[in-house]
Design a protein. Structure first.
Length: 391
């Protein structure tokens, strides 16, 4: 049965073209027409406001642990459903459920749960898993529990990939660990995104890791050997290496606004992937929450462990996009690159991250202030902003 939706008179924004006012016709979850003026009949209509409403590809968050009281490590189908349903409010139409350093059996329980997960109609699509740790550096632990950190194991990863039903798409590791380079080389061959993070690698080790297949950097600046003019470290290495895209948590807690601007100036929009690294407290009140068995204090200054270490964020992708625009004055097309197109490219998702014929109908309507007005996943309107009318 046909399920058609016509979105008309909106500013259509893609990452590599000039925005234009036009219409989009959607049928059964796919974009089937994009044009200046379409007269097709449809079962549902959204009348835009010309230049006042923007149509972006839906946001893709490659690094998110939790939201709305739920966490990927809860190893619960309901937690995953609740998490996926909450994300559409901020314009996210796809995400990688991110695990963290824990006992192997805890990670395995999470992976087995994700392997069995099937999305509901009102949810952001779970695109796979980002395994953050346990193959990371104790010197750059952050909120990753040191007691569970181990050396990279190709055999263990193969077991985990099988448990996940081949849903592991990204892994964060410290390449300087024993066996790290061989591990990177093998996973690169398998098509898994290997991201350098929680790493104390030298510049030379970063360069070697990139040669073996590292193609991303986990939350740039945070928990990696910092830049020094005589020792560029991980930060200097990933900023300069063109093959590496850098994740940025643009909440101005994890990175100073000037540091975000610096990354934009050096990498360009094509080299940045906006992420939230959010934990279960996202969308909830300030207070104490759990992260991998650790208490996290969430206040207006962010999410912190009792020792003061940052423990993920409560950032939304909606706010990350606004912050990036505010600090860099980048173009709308560049925002699309950093919020969806680059992630889709990294994940080799050939039908996402673009508004074009044949692509998945994962799109969001924004106002001129980049507030999310409507979120559409697979052609279904899954979120509409409630307008409170004052008398």
């Amino acid at each position: 049965m046909s399920n058609t939706l016509l979105i008309s008179n909106v500013t259509i924004v893609n990452h590599n073209e000039i925005p234009f006012t036009g219409d989009v016709l959607i049928d059964n979850g796919k974009i089937i027409k994009v044009g200046k003026e379409l007269f097709d009949k449809a079962e549902q209509y959204i009348e835009g406001k010309g230049k006042d409403w923007l149509l972006f590809p839906g946001y893709i968050d490659m690094h998110i642990h939790g939201s709305a009281g739920n966490d990927a490590m809860d190893a619960s189908q309901q937690a995953l459903h609740d998490m996926a349903a909450s994300l559409v409010k901020e314009g996210v139409t796809g995400f990688l459920a991110t695990t963290m350093t824990q006992a192997p059996e805890a990670i395995e329980n999470a992976l087995k749960t994700i392997a069995q997960f099937e999305n509901g109609n009102n949810e952001a699509k779970l695109l796979g898993v980002h395994v953050e740790g346990p193959y990371v550096s104790k010197k750059r632990a952050g909120a990753q529990p040191i007691d569970y950190m181990i050396l990279p194991s190709i055999e263990q990863f193969a077991h985990w990939q099988a448990l996940s039903n081949n849903r592991i798409k990204q892994i964060t590791i410290a390449p300087e660990l024993e066996g790290g380079f061989q591990f990177i080389e093998e996973l690169y061959k398998q098509g898994v995104i290997v991201s350098i993070g929680h790493s104390d690698a030298t510049l030379e080790e970063v360069e070697q890791a990139v040669a073996f297949g590292v193609r991303q950097a986990t939350h740039l600046y945070n928990q990696m050997r910092p830049f020094h003019h005589r020792d560029p470290g991980v930060v200097g290495g990933v900023l300069v290496e063109d093959a590496v895209k850098v994740e940025i948590i643009a909440d101005f807690v994890h990175c100073h606004p000037m540091s975000v601007k610096l990354a934009y100036r050096v990498k360009g929009a094509e080299g940045i992937v906006l992420i939230t690294d959010a934990m279960r407290a996202k969308g909830l009140q300030y207070g104490d929450y759990d992260l991998g068995g650790q208490t996290v204090h969430v206040t207006e200054s962010g999410a912190h462990l009792p020792n003061g270490a940052l423990a993920g964020s409560v950032l939304t992708m909606e706010q990350a996009v606004k912050n990036m625009k505010a600090v860099t004055n980048c173009s709308l097309s560049e925002l699309v690159a950093m919020s969806s197109a680059n992630a889709a490219k990294q994940l080799q998702l050939r039908s996402k991250g673009r508004i074009a014929e044949g692509f998945d109908a994962d799109v969001i309507l924004l106002d001129q202030h980049l507030n999310v007005e409507k979120t559409i996943c697979q052609g279904n309107i899954v979120f509409e902003k409630t307008i409170v009318k004052m008398r």
